[in-house]
Ligand binder design. Structure first.
Ligand code: UD1
Length: 418
């Protein structure tokens, strides 16, 4: 398995051009099978999750070409409604395929999804919403089998604002008979991106970004060429990297309100942050202070996808921090690895108690999930001495050219290929 060798202790300076958002691009791939016309998703990031999503579409019979960084998808020949367990186990986002396959074929068969090992990740909300739209659901041999004569619009309420369930309902409602009104929807910016994409195909979706999304069914959808939003989690990761290492870094392409709470927390740490249009510039000098308390919440709350990185930062700040993970119950699995680097963190259930140390030291650690892995890289960049971050497969799922971008900021990081 590939690994990073990182020599810590260098300040970071420079500017980062962000990739398109992983969490926007993946549902857009799923949405591409809603039409038999050509769909172009521009500037897709070169990450393992995107390649896996392309394999899923090909398995259905679609053609997916990557040309100059764009993905060109033609699903006119798609004829299968079944996704093999090998692929759905690799990528949990394949659950979005339920909504779009039901719209396209009125049938879908997918194995129980996999993805990061960060908790139970049930899909009950997806399935009960689909039932309300007229879908019969059964289970056989580890597969979820969905079938309907036609999809019918309905009034739905989500008990929890699940991102994936909101997106799945949009994908299932877009050509349903009548109107679907979804209350309690997730409000993440990626959902607004999906709405823009669907409407560019000829759909009638409104309200994304608020807690009520209205989907008026339309008879057909056309092709589209679409540039997705930039990755706010990647932006946050680089801002936190700079906070940890010191220096000055600018990220371009993401609006400050999409990571408003992170910016607030970094200012609380003592970083200086300037925002202008789609640019965010951070400068970090001297020892920072711990955040007293951070709780992960659905948008616009603090993103769970930045929880591990902010813990890595607090581990070297002055004072103590209490970080509460409300979304995924086992999302502190990276903490024992940070302890190997000298961090002082105690996890009790959903809460991490961080006691800030003056600095961490290099160690050999292993990345067990995507964001936890990124946090280990950041901690190693700020630590004294040399670290090895083993098993890059999870990090490769979500960050394109991670090493190259860090090198461009002045980090010392090598990749050893296995
Ligand atoms: C998406 C993101 C992921 C992010 C997460 C929360 C993508 C591809 N992934 O994941 O990076 O960490 O949002 O911001 O966009 N839940 C249920 N039943 C369900 C569905 C969800 O109980 O049917 C629970 C989950 O266990 C979890 C919470 O709801 O506790 C949030 O999950 P959800 O918003 O659905 O996250 P994902 O869409 O999987």
């Amino acid at each position: 398995m590939d690994k990073f060798i990182i020599e810590g202790g260098r300040r970071l300076f420079g500017s980062i051009r962000l990739q398109s958002a992983k969490n926007s691009v993946l549902p857009l791939f799923a949405a591409s099978v809603l039409t038999d016309r050509e769909v172009t998703i521009r500037e897709v990031p070169d990450i393992a999750d995107v390649r896996c999503m392309a394999r899923i579409l090909r398995e259905l019979g679609a053609s997916v070409r990557f040309e100059e960084g764009n993905a060109v998808i033609d699903s006119s020949n798609a004829s299968s409604h079944r996704i093999s367990s090998a692929l759905t186990k690799e990528l949990r986002s394949s659950v979005f395929m339920l909504g779009s396959l039901l719209t396209r074929f009125h049938r879908a068969a997918i194995a129980y999804p996999g993805g990061c090992d960060i908790g139970l990740r049930p899909i009950d909300l997806h399935l009960s919403a689909l039932k309300r739209l007229g879908v019969d659901i059964s289970e056989r041999d580890g597969y979820i089998l969905c079938e309907c004569e036609r999809l019918r619009g309905a009034e739905l309420v989500l008990d929890f604002p699940s991102v994936g369930a909101t997106e799945n309902i949009m994908l299932a409602g877009v050509k349903a008979e009548g109107t679907t009104v979804l209350q309690g929807a997730a409000k993440e910016p990626e959902i607004v991106d999906l709405q823009s994409f669907l409407n560019a195909m000829g759909a009638k979706v409104s309200g994304a970004g608020t807690d009520t999304v209205v989907i008026q069914g339309v008879p057909s959808l056309g092709g589209v060429s679409f540039a997705p939003m930039k990755d706010r989690i990647e932006a946050g990761t680089f801002l936190i990297a700079c906070a940890i290492c010191g220096g000055e870094v600018e990220v371009k392409g993401v609006s400050a309100e999409n990571i408003g709470l992170l910016i607030h927390k970094l200012r609380e740490n003592g970083c200086k942050i300037h925002t202008k249009n789609d640019k965010i510039r951070i400068s970090s000098y001297g020892r920072l202070k711990c955040n007293r308390r951070i709780e992960t919440m659905p948008f616009p709350g603090f993103p769970t996808d930045l929880q591990a990185q902010i813990v890595a930062l607090n581990a070297i700040c002055e004072g103590g921090a209490l970080i509460v993970e409300n979304l995924f119950e086992t999302r502190f699995k990276y903490v024992p690895e940070l302890l190997k680097m000298g961090a002082d963190i105690e996890v009790r259930g959903r809460t991490a108690f961080v006691r800030g140390k003056a600095g961490l030291h290099g160690a050999s650690v292993t990345a067990g999930d995507l964001r936890g892995g990124a946090a280990l890289v950041l901690a190693a960049l700020g630590a004294e001495g040399v670290s090895e971050v083993n098993d890059l497969s999870h990090i490769d799922r979500g960050y394109s050219s991670f090493r190259e971008k860090l090198l461009s900021l002045g980090a010392k990081i090598e990749r050893v290929y296995d």
